[in-house]
Design a protein around this ligand. Structure first.
Ligand code: PEP
Length: 252
């Protein structure tokens, strides 16, 4: 049975003061217990990892893990501005997002780099959250499954059976931060296609890999999305900034 996972991606938002309020509110909300068989993760910007790790410990938030939004494909060395997976591990991270569409677009990150980053994350004992997704043009031209399954196939070719220790996040680019959520059936169909693509490599791996949906997930659409058999949770951007909305999505 795959657990349901909700990951909050704060992107480039937050401050020392607002982070403190966020964790306090989430701690209060989670105090009374959370539904069993679920995992929750928060991914603040790099400079706040240490602060958030400290607050998660201070509030004994057993339900909440720490994640990072990106990582270097290199282990160490002359890579100014980059952050190594070993450093994220030291900061208390358990999850790392790789290949987010904003990184693919703004940093020209290609599938090979995404796979190299995922390997770094795995080698340092954390879980990579590998993002895939099609653009609006690709969907409108009827190529959404071909594009997404192609991205997944490239990860399979590098990661092979180590994919069993990864999460995949299907994030249609046209749904990220736009308020345009893909319908639960469209997402379910894509998740099924991704699982079938994984099964071509190994059926056991395919049945174990969690596939999350990301793209304008909100408290009012999360219930329907998470009820789908191949949707194993969500990667939540904008709505995760509001602790009450994040809690509501975690309860969904
Ligand atoms: C994201 O950043 O991964 C994301 C899904 O953003 P939003 O929920 O704001 O669409």
């Amino acid at each position: 049975m795959r657990p349901l996972i909700v990951i909050g991606n704060w992107k480039m938002n937050g401050s020392l003061a607002s982070n403190q309020d966020w964790v306090k509110t989430v701690a209060r909300g989670m105090e009374s217990g959370m539904p069993a068989g679920r995992k929750f993760v928060v991914c603040p910007p790099f400079p706040y990892l240490s602060q958030c790790a400290g607050m998660i410990k201070e509030h004994s938030l057993a339900f909440l893990s720490l994640g990072a939004q990106d990582v270097s494909a290199q282990s160490s060395g002359a890579y100014t501005g980059e952050v190594a997976a070993s450093m994220l591990k030291e900061m208390g991270c358990s999850y790392v997002i790789v290949g987010h569409s904003e990184c693919r677009l703004l940093h020209h990150e290609v599938d090979e780099v995404v796979a190299a980053k995922a390997l770094e994350v795995l080698d340092n004992g954390m879980t990579p959250v590998i993002c895939v997704g099609e653009t609006a043009d690709e969907r409108n031209s009827g190529r959404a499954q071909e594009i997404v399954c192609g991205q997944v196939a490239k990860q399979v070719s590098v990661l092979q059976d180590r994919l069993a220790d990864c999460l995949i996040a299907y994030e249609p680019v046209w749904a990220i931060g736009t308020g345009k959520v893909a319908s639960a059936q469209v997402v379910q169909d894509m998740h099924r296609a991704i699982r079938l693509q994984l099964a071509e490599f190994d059926e056991d791996v395919a049945s174990h890999v969690g596939i999350l949906y990301g793209g304008s997930v909100k408290p009012d659409n999360a219930v329907e999305l998470f009820a789908m058999p191949d949707i194993d949770g969500g990667l939540v951007g904008g709505a995760s900034l509001n602790p009450q909305d994040f809690l509501a999505i975690c309860q969904a």
